[in-house]
Design a protein around this ligand. Structure first.
Ligand code: UD1
Length: 428
């Protein structure tokens, strides 16, 4: 999946116009790939995004004895020969979502061994909620902080009330509960659309899961799953990123295969800034025409349906280009409530001339600039890297974004997609 020294080169200043097809969702496909381990047979999954995280999950599945065939979109996993083995360190270190295999390994084999997960550095990112839930289901853990090693005589359904609606913990409990004995109830569950997609896959395999998309999810354990065929939902964060690409270049971008009901927290923010958004069933169009674009008094990230933390860096880039005062006569403000250190893009944007003040790593005040200047900048994480590309599309002159591999973790073909909209971008 490419080299570690790849960079993006962007020559900015062109309004982007045209249509772009949205691929399957990264945050939906990874838990669903983990879920295939629960099926003692074949799972067929369509619309799997061709990103490095998908390939890494395939690597984990193969390590666990599964046969996997992937053509870059559809994927067939045969988990009938799956074995219980420690998760491979090389994958776990680089991919936080490898943690999602803990729930499915416990569900299938009632035992797990792995080092704690790595991934984007956005702050602490603890896993206590996951481990506490597994304990409540009968898993006994041994080993210290550097090893997650646990076993259950029988995995049992129970009532679990999360103290925060963690996406990963909700998915992990669902995976562990599908084949567990009895009924599991998750209270204060995450309501993200990707949770609904996981329920869709599990039920397509004959599981009994209900309530996803609300704060209470009920899973009635079944003895075995049958072979499912399922299509992954479109990626709402890729969709949002491309809407911002249209917005930041003052262009007109149409998304094909995006779901409006999943992206409304993002489109509502763009509409509040003066952009026009049209939803015509299969297509969503953003246009700058006919609107007066102004700063936004406050974006506050939070669990769905609040504004997604995965769109915060892209909006910080966009707001850096919007001059004037907001409707409440203030500068733009963004408050990051999910992660305590999701601000690595800020100093990089500053190299391009963005004027952003950060307090406590989580409160951003943004004074929009008339122009940004191309610069050499470093992607430090996936969405922060996407934000730098967006800023490069607006900036005068040439921008080089180092560490392209971060961005490739979540965007199958950002260069091809943006070029299709008229951008001058390449990877080298
Ligand atoms: C989070 C985002 C998800 C995004 C993903 C990747 C939310 C609610 N979740 O999911 O939309 O796609 O990052 O960027 O926006 N926490 C604990 N203990 C735990 C688990 C989590 O305290 O065991 C806390 C975290 O420190 C964090 C919050 O809960 O403050 C969000 O965590 P969670 O939803 O679990 O994170 P991800 O599943 O990584």
């Amino acid at each position: 999946m490419g080299r570690f020294d790849e960079k993006f080169k962007i020559v900015g200043g062109k309004p982007l116009c045209g249509e772009v097809l949205i691929d399957g969702s990264k945050n939906a496909v990874l838990p669903i790939l983990a879920a295939t381990l629960l099926v003692d047979g074949r799972s067929i999954i369509h619309n799997c995004p061709n990103i490095s995280d998908t390939w890494d999950s395939i690597g984990i599945l193969r390590h666990l004895g599964c046969d996997v065939v992937y053509d870059g979109s559809s994927l067939v996993v045969d988990a009938s020969g799956a074995v219980s083995a420690p998760l491979p360190n090389a994958y776990v270190e680089k991919m936080r979502s490898s943690m999602i295999f803990v729930g499915s390994l416990l569900g299938r084999f009632s035992q797990i061994e792995t080092i704690p997960p790595g991934g984007c550095m956005l702050g602490e990112r603890p896993i206590d909620l996951h481990l506490k839930a597994f304990e409540a289901m009968g898993v006994v853990f041994e080993g210290g902080e550097s090893l997650i090693k646990g076993k259950a005589a029988t995995l049992k359904g129970t009532k679990i009330s999360l103290s925060f609606p963690s996406v990963g913990a909700t998915q992990n409990i669902m995976l562990a509960a599908v084949l567990a004995k009895g009924e599991t109830i998750i209270e204060k569950a995450a309501k993200e659309p990707e949770i609904v997609d996981l329920q869709g896959f599990l039920n397509a395999a004959g599981a009994k899961v209900s309530g996803a998309g609300t704060s209470t999810i009920v899973i009635k354990g079944v003895k075995a799953l049958k072979c499912p065929e399922y299509t992954i939902m479109p990626d709402r964060i890729v969709a949002g990123t491309y809407l911002v690409a249209g917005a930041i270049t003052r262009g007109e971008v149409t998304l094909k295969n995006a779901k409006y009901q999943d992206i409304f927290p993002i489109s509502d923010a763009l509409v509040a800034m003066g952009y026009k958004i049209y939803n015509d069933g299969n297509k969503i169009t953003l246009t700058t025409k006919g609107g007066i674009i102004r700063p936004l008094s406050l974006i506050s990230t939070g669990p769905h349906p609040a504004f997604p933390t995965d769109m915060q860096p892209q909006f910080v880039a966009l707001l850096s280009t919007i001059q004037g005062r907001c409707s409440r006569n203030c500068e733009s403000m963004v408050k990051e409530n999910v992660f305590e250190a999701r601000d690595a893009h800020v100093p990089e944007l500053a190299k391009m001339g963005a004027n952003i003040t950060v307090a406590e790593g989580t409160h951003f005040t943004i004074k929009g600039a008339a122009s940004l200047t191309g610069a050499v900048v470093d992607a430090k994480d996936l969405r922060g890297g996407a934000a730098l590309i967006l800023a490069g599309l607006f900036a005068q002159g040439e921008t080089i974004v180092n560490n392209a591999y971060y961005v490739k973790r979540g965007y199958a073909d950002i260069v091809g997609d943006l070029r299709g909209l008229g951008a001058d971008i390449s990877i080298f």
